[in-house]
Write a protein that binds this ligand. Sequence first.
Ligand code: MN
Length: 259
Amino acid sequence: MDKVKLIGINWDKKSSFLQGTAHAPDAIRKVFHNGASNYHAEDGTYVGPDVITDLGNIICNDYIQIYSEFLDILKSNGSKIVTLGGDHSITYPVVKALSNVYGGFHMLHIDAHADLYHEFEGDRHSHACPMARIMEEGLVLTMTQIGIRTLNDHQKDQAKKYNVNIIEMKDWYKQKPKLQGPLYITLDMDAFDPGFVPGVSHHEPGGFSPRQVIQLIQDIDVPVLGADIVEYNPSRDIHDMTAALSAKLFKEIASKIIS
Ligand SMILES: [Mn+2]
């Protein structure tokens, strides 16, 4: 059985509102290993230390370094990597490296925000921009976004320009995504309703329940190449609730990657 690799990216310099997501990787690891839950996904797949190779945290001073560090790891360890962010800006360098080595995959983006700004507050590498960078460079075959509930005219124009398939949260009840593989998943924890997930920088009411996203991941029937789980902010969390959900989603995604 191929192992899943885990990498932490301690990076929050591109957060526009609050910092703190740099501390997420170790906070999620702590809950993953604290014994409150076992090491099995809901389908019974064991996803504990025997099948997870924890490669530690990578050094990051800017997105170029994240790209080169991640590229080196990919070349020596293969895909099947789940990264724990970090703010959402990390997804551009990670996907760029993946595309460099494993070109030709699709992307599922789960988020309250489309993150499609051409630039945000003068920064093209803000955590509000990674999907614009990915699409303008053609790094993925298709991008499907779900959970989105903050679209403005600029982001609607960007989605149209780059042919991004957005299923807005308001339409979730009548439309489900049709996914193609191989699939890369980027999961922003603020996709969830802040009532379930206090530990994120941007509280955007009206989001997913944990059950909805867990079910969605379990229903994916195409190969999953890798994933990132981003935007968990421990400084906003209550009793590690959001860390616990992040760790649970890591298990569900790891099970999907292994199977
Ligand atoms: Mn995001």
